[in-house]
Design a protein around this ligand. Sequence first.
Ligand code: CA
Length: 237
Amino acid sequence: MSGPRILLVEDELHIARGVIFNLEQEGYQVCHFEQGEAALAAFEQSPFDLVILDRMLPGISGLEVCRGIRQRDSRVPILMLTAMGKERDRVRGLSEGADDYLTKPFSLAEFLLRVQGMLRRSGWYRPQLRANDRYNFGENQVDLEQQRAWTPRGELSLTDLEVRMLRSFFQREGEVLNRAELLEAVWGVSPETETRTLDNFIVRLRKYFEPDPANPAHFLTVRGRGYRFVRNGFSSE
Ligand code: CA
């Protein structure tokens, strides 16, 4: 699966370069524009998973770009970068449809955390994915957009919750997802509630996709921490 596509609109090249380098290191695909007009045109052409928008641009302003994107897409998360820390300017960006803002100068570590958080949350409120979101592992193929899976046991329809959970695992293949993260990403609930629901859900995924559900190769338990998805798994746990 290719990484999330990010539209970056930033006219200060030294900032853009650092941002692009770090996003690409994380596996994101970045389309960069220095001006809002070109960015809006690109947005018309193809979908993005996240928009990062400088507020002060030559030509039309970041606020206008934000408004334009919102007219076309009410869901894509927008992160506004602003040199001005004044409360009024932040509020203005948020009222034009930005979801979050970061004041320059910012640390790249904080920036990446913000981006990751926004992409995770957007998975929560956006049930539809792009058409090319097909994912293969083991002898299984999963189409998150159509909510269908093809396994050695047959073809399955996936529920919204199953899709959310699979997406969380696929996006962070190989990483340990702790219980709290999974509960929040899939159910949007606080970690204290219903942890058994999560375990039952994992049992279900194993029944669908594991060659031997009792001895999982893909949806692994990480004792005391959570779960980890591996695409080419061996049952080592
Ligand atoms: Ca600028």
